[in-house]
Design a protein around this ligand. Structure first.
Ligand SMILES: Cc1cc2nc3c(=O)[nH]c(=O)nc-3n(C[C@H](O)[C@H](O)[C@H](O)COP(=O)(O)O)c2cc1C
Length: 303
């Protein structure tokens, strides 16, 4: 009640990215107070043996995790753990740090319970993220979501994925190859069979050189054509990729309650939240049926 009628209306007066940083600062402070973490854990964490899930060779105490984009630089995972997530996907991390797109770059659509963002892979770069990953104080499973720098042309993208994979290898528990962000020009073209084959085979070869086997997943767009999706469903087992993260944000603006004028004013970006739920679920169902349940998935979309 207090959140809905008092806190949320105040927060919604502020720019979404400002609120994001403000709330994370508050959380850090609350967790630094003696007993703070225990109180938050007792409010939010649910532990039960039935929630235990073993997938990709990893043991997840619960099937609920936090999607990429919330803790891009791996600065907050030790605190976010109090909410009961059993895994957090940090990133997207690129080899070099980059500022992302100019602000404003995230927009609320309250009547649709949705967001549009065009952050553009703002992150501190692999070396800085590795420093933050050295502070792991929890058993939380960490996924490393990797991408390419905006300035790297698609023809050279494979090197960016490889370099970030190598940099993060010792520090994360699994990887997610992100080729589906709609906010980096032409990135989603890396989902085409030739480009994707090159990236997946390079990462799979590099992974096979390592003593410890770390799962590698592929994050896909909800905007893929069915024939394209079929190709991806074939490629994934071919290169020993362990699973799919479905889905990223959509470029679709269909069936929104928000006015067309507002949508036009906002401009480009990926839509997430409630309007994405049906589409991402449809993709997940399709992959499950088409692969005969052989491809494990992390379901994202609709929050
Ligand atoms: C502000 C914002 C930033 C995001 N950044 C990333 C990112 O860096 N990498 C990525 O793979 N997905 C990113 N995402 C996409 C989310 O991980 C997720 O796939 C998407 O929001 C759909 O889920 P949802 O509808 O439950 O929010 C971002 C989403 C938002 C809203």
């Amino acid at each position: 009640m207090m959140y809905t009628y008092l806190i949320k209306p105040i927060l919604f007066l502020l720019y979404p990215e400002t609120v994001h940083h403000l709330v994370l600062k508050l959380l850090k402070w609350a967790c630094s107070i003696p007993g703070g973490k225990s109180i938050l854990r007792s409010c939010y964490q649910v532990k039960h043996p039935l929630l235990h899930t073993r997938v990709f060779g990893l043991d997840f105490p619960s099937p609920v995790g936090l999607a990429a984009g919330f803790d891009k630089n791996a600065e907050h995972y030790n605190e976010l753990e109090v909410f009961g997530f059993s895994f957090i996907e940090i990133g997207t991390v690129t080899p070099k740090g980059q500022p992302g797109n100019p602000k404003p770059r995230s927009f609320r659509l309250p009547s649709d319970r949705a967001l549009i963002n065009r952050m553009g892979f703002n992150n501190m770069g692999a070396d800085e993220v590795v420093k933050n990953l050295n502070n792991r104080g929890t058993k939380l499973i960490i996924g490393g979501n990797i991408g390419k720098n905006t300035s790297t042309p698609n023809e050279e993208a494979v090197n960016d994925y490889l370099n970030t994979f190598r940099a993060l290898f010792e520090h994360v528990d699994y990887f997610v190859i992100n080729v589906s962000c709609p906010n980096i020009s032409d990135l989603s073209k890396l989902q085409d069979v030739d480009s994707l084959s090159s990236i997946l085979s390079t990462i799979a070869r590099e992974r096979d050189k390592q003593v410890v086997r770390k799962p590698v997943l592929l994050k896909i767009s909800p905007d893929l054509h069915p024939t394209h999706l079929d190709e991806i469903i074939e490629l994934v087992p071919m290169y020993g990729i362990d699973g799919i993260v479905a889905t990223n944000t959509t470029v679709s603006r269909e069936n929104l309650a928000t006015s067309q004028d507002t949508i036009r004013e906002i401009g480009n970006g990926g839509l997430s939240g409630k309007p994405l739920q049906a589409r991402s679920t449809e993709i997940i169902r399709y992959i499950h049926e088409k692969s005969g349940g052989a491809i494990p998935m992390i379901a994202v979309g609709g929050m």
